[in-house]
Design a protein around this ligand. Structure first.
Ligand code: NAP
Length: 423
């Protein structure tokens, strides 16, 4: 039964689906289509450069690419080079693994000032995402506020606070490293609108904050005595572990660390201050009322030169794609006949690579179960014809392997690669 399958997006959700399709439907034709020249989505452009262990997951994806039924078709953007309608005409199954690449807005005054960044663009900048390499963020002379208590906020703190030596073995891009080190920021403010017992970050990431060579974490406005609550036992366990770790951080000696991470709990940003550029952040103390974060009316200000919001993401739609707010409209992953969605585009930006793996594999199995049987759809050959008529220069997996070789060859000492950031 030869199905023609288009997977849109080459991040983990896309690759795990491809692997499932290839194993369960031998002989099918699978195109993994990505708008970038490079595969692997968030593994390349989102996972922190000092978390190379996480990035090793790409070895599994390379094994998937050894299957002759699977192609990588890079530099093809849905809505620009081929439409959603055309995809549905060409393929039996369209599997959307398009993630969530847009920054959510804080919705407060001052958000348009110079020096305000969303985590998608900021993380994209230091990770060499072609859309953001020219961001040239304003860092310093004062501190930087990072809004949010999730793992992305912690990633950003680490990348900004670590020395060049601590980034040994990473793939932090040279343009970002030069700018970060030149500014030598000494104060980082991580802003949580709830308390330590509710923080979204996970224990291993919280633990890393205690191992920064030059940055001392200080816990503010939370005595760490609140008992966490959660209906999900795994989340509850994580929150209990978080508290233990934060207690350990609280007891740590500053030693000779010259940088400070101010972990400011129970504070929500209400305005970013400044005329043209960020000069400060106004915050309001919060409390929980009936489970909801509520302002207390008590405000205070901190002096910062930049604000980075790490408060979650929205999916970038393309023409014709049915949306439900910030995600693709779906019923348990089914979008319309023959179209499925998985990962962050399905349910919002939650979950790690392993959780999205399970989900993508299950979605792919469902798509297989519902596949009506062979059709006369053209699949890959039809796509090639369309793209050739439109003079689109695609990138295949062999092209990518050559890019990768060049990147590894160009690596500075102590770095694993120097990413090519413009194509
Ligand atoms: P997240 O885990 O959902 O955290 C978002 C944070 O922003 C929360 O603390 C949230 O507070 C806060 N927030 C939301 N809206 C806000 C507002 N208007 N004002 C102030 N604060 C606001 O999102 P994320 O950090 O972007 O991470 C996304 C996913 O990627 C998560 O599943 C994460 O675990 C995963 N990830 C994993 C790793 C890793 O495994 N190492 C690394 C990076 C990301 P509330 O809790 O009060 O809503």
């Amino acid at each position: 039964m030869s199905a023609k399958i288009a997977i849109i997006g080459s991040g983990p959700s896309g690759f795990y689906a491809a692997d499932t399709f290839a194993k369960k439907l031998p002989g099918c034709q699978i195109d993994i289509i990505d708008r970038l020249h490079t595969p692997f989505g968030l593994v390349r452009a989102g996972v922190a450069p000092d978390h190379q262990g996480t990035k090793n997951v790409t070895r599994q994806f390379e094994r998937t690419m050894q299957n002759d039924d699977v192609r990588f078709v890079g530099n093809v953007e849905i809505g620009r080079d081929v439409s959603y309608e055309e995809l549905k005409d060409l393929y039996d199954i369209v599997f959307l693994a398009i993630g969530a690449s847009l920054d959510r807005k804080l919705g407060i005054a001052g958000e348009d000032l110079k020096g305000v960044y969303g985590s998608a663009e900021f993380v994209g900048w230091y990770n060499g995402h072609p859309d953001f390499v020219d961001l040239a963020p304003k860092l310093g002379p004062k501190g930087v506020a990072i809004i949010g208590n999730g793992n992305v906020a912690i990633d950003i703190v680490r990348v900004l606070a670590k020395s060049m030596e601590e980034m040994e073995g990473s793939d932090l891009c040279v343009h970002a490293e030069d700018r970060i080190r030149a500014t030598n920021i000494t104060d980082f403010y991580m802003i949580g609108r709830r308390g330590a017992a509710q923080a979204a970050f996970t224990p291993s990431e919280a633990n890393e904050l205690g191992h920064l060579a030059h940055c001392h974490p200080v816990i503010l406005n939370d005595d760490l005595t609140e008992v966490p609550e959660n209906d999900d036992p795994k989340s509850l366990k994580n929150k209990e572990k978080n508290l233990e770790i934060l207690k350990g951080l609280k007891d740590q000696d500053r030693g000779d660390k010259d940088k400070t991470l101010h972990m400011q709990f129970w504070a929500k940003p209400i305005a970013i201050l400044g005329d043209d550029q960020v000069e400060g952040l106004k915050l309001e103390r919060t409390e929980l009322k009936d489970g909801r974060v509520t302002g207390t009316g008590k405000t205070f200000e901190i002096e910062v030169s930049s604000v980075i919001s790490a408060i979650g993401y929205a999916t970038q739609p393309f023409d014709g794609l049915p949306m439900d707010g910030t995600i693709v409209r779906n019923k348990e992953g089914a979008v319309e006949a023959g179209v499925y969605v998985s990962g962050w585009a399905k349910h919002g930006p939650q979950g790690t690579i392993p959780t999205n793996r399970k989900e993508s594999m299950e979605m792919a199995k469902r798509a297989i179960d519902e596949f009506a049987g062979p059709s006369d759809k053209q699949g890959p050959s039809g796509l090639d014809q369309l793209l050739s008529e439109r003079s689109v220069e695609t990138v295949d997996f062999d092209n990518w392997k050559r890019i990768e070789q060049q990147e590894e060859h160009a690596a500075r000492e102590g770095r694993v690669r120097e990413k090519i950031v413009t194509f």
